[in-house]
Design a binder for this molecule. Structure first.
Ligand code: PAF
Length: 292
């Protein structure tokens, strides 16, 4: 049986309210659709810890810049519903833009500091768009638990900060990045890559793995690690936006050149016209290409 499909905010609100009243724990997985294994791992995990599993599919216009891929973002709703149902979703919410942004749309939720480095420098307004739509979904649904992938690590930290600052009674769970066998992180945007570009994109997980390798071996010199990362990225002939080592909690810069035993390494790079992001928390995450 397919998950219940809803398109209207009032219907979804009533559905979530009824579930809560019936004592069912509501878990949410917020997505822009074009579901892949990464999303499905979130739904499967949600199905183990909650009773009502609501997956949203909404390509949120306010998080795209004027020259970004809003118009061409892959839209595969029928397939998404099928996959989400199989993974354990009980309800799929797929609103249109008017439903989510009626009226004046004069309000933005801005999470300062943690939104500012990394993607924040290259995608002005992006995290305000994300934080605004996520806040709307939380307000409609009143979930007990919300699950996000660690591939969008900065987004996850923005949402954690939002939930904590606004005292929302929601448990936020970040789950590991799902990767193809060769290490490439699953992303809805991978469909844009030609096979030649996909090969070159492997420089990203290889760069993360190189950092993993030396960090595991005891290297703590920030500049040395970043040099090795750049060396690997150059092999893919990518247009690198950033490769940075930051505090894994608040995404602040380190005060010294010697890293602590846990640090976020985050990368964004264009491969052709496709922007890819990936990351590893050194001292916490496994190697992206399965190194011991
Ligand atoms: O990660 C995404 O797909 C989006 O940024 C999210 C969280 C669904 C908000 O639109």
């Amino acid at each position: 049986m397919s998950a219940l499909i809803l398109h209207r905010v009032d219907e979804l609100r009533a559905h979530a309210e009824a579930a809560r009243r019936a004592g069912r724990r509501v878990g949410v997985v917020l997505t822009m659709g074009a579901l892949h294994e990464g999303h499905l791992s979130l739904v499967e995990h949600a199905a183990r810890i909650a009773d009502e599993i609501i997956l949203t599919v909404f390509v949120n216009p306010t998080q795209f810049g004027p020259n970004e891929d809003l118009a061409k973002y892959p839209r595969t709703l029928e397939r998404d519903i099928e996959l989400a149902t199989k993974a354990g979703a009980t309800c799929v919410f797929a609103p249109d833009a008017k439903e989510m942004y009626p009226g004046a749309d004069a309000t933005r939720v801005v999470v300062s500091k943690v939104s500012e480095p990394l993607c924040g420098r290259f995608r002005p307004g992006h995290f305000a768009g994300v934080a605004t739509v996520v806040t709307k979904f939380f307000a409609i649904l009143g979930p007990s638990v919300a699950l996000f992938g660690r591939k969008d690590y900065q987004q996850l930290q923005v949402i954690r900060t939002l939930v904590s600052d606004l005292l929302l009674p929601i448990e936020v769970i970040g789950l590991p990045t799902v990767r193809d066998a060769d290490g490439l992180a699953r992303s809805s945007r991978n469909v844009y890559l030609s096979s030649e570009e996909r090969q070159r994109a492997l420089a990203i997980p290889r760069a993360l793995s190189r950092a993993f390798e030396v960090f595991t071996g005891g290297e703590r010199d920030r500049a040395k690690i970043l040099e090795l990362v750049s060396e690997e990225l150059r092999k893919g002939n990518l247009d690198v936006q950033y490769a940075e080592l930051l505090d894994a909690d608040d995404l602040s810069s380190f005060p010294t050149e010697t890293l602590p035993d846990r640090a976020l390494l985050a990368i964004a790079a264009y491969c052709g016209s496709t922007r890819l992001i990936d990351n590893i928390v050194l001292g916490e995450d496994p190697s992206p290409i399965g190194l011991p």
